[in-house]
Design a protein around this ligand. Structure first.
Ligand code: FES
Length: 101
């Protein structure tokens, strides 16, 4: 486990997502009181999923509308065919930590 602090929980509004800039950017989603972390770049092409449409625990890429499950990373609609990498998230003292291992 390599828990890394990525942002404050209150930086991610309910029903929204933010992009965490790093060599391999990740997206933090806040949905229904839960936080999810995934790779930010869509597996179909180079587009930020933090800029996608959030529908329940799913994100729809805004570029070509591939759909992914935020819990598992599974592809739910094409044109993407490769699952999205997901990461465990922990909230501690109002801070968001992600296990980036
Ligand atoms: S870049 Fe996301 S569906 Fe094409």
């Amino acid at each position: 486990m390599a828990w890394t602090r990525v942002c404050r929980a209150d930086e991610v509004a309910e029903g929204a997502a933010i992009r965490i800039a790093r060599q391999n950017p990740i997206a933090i989603f806040h949905v229904g009181g839960e936080f999810f972390a995934t790779d930010d770049t869509c597996t179909h092409a180079k587009f930020s999923l933090a800029d996608g449409y959030i529908e329940g625990d799913e994100v729809v890429c805004a570029l070509h509308e591939a759909r992914f499950c935020l819990r598992t990373g599974k592809v739910l609609a094409p044109p993407a065919s490769v699952a999205l990498r997901t990461y465990p998230v922990r909230i501690e003292s109002g801070e968001v930590f992600v296990d980036l291992d």
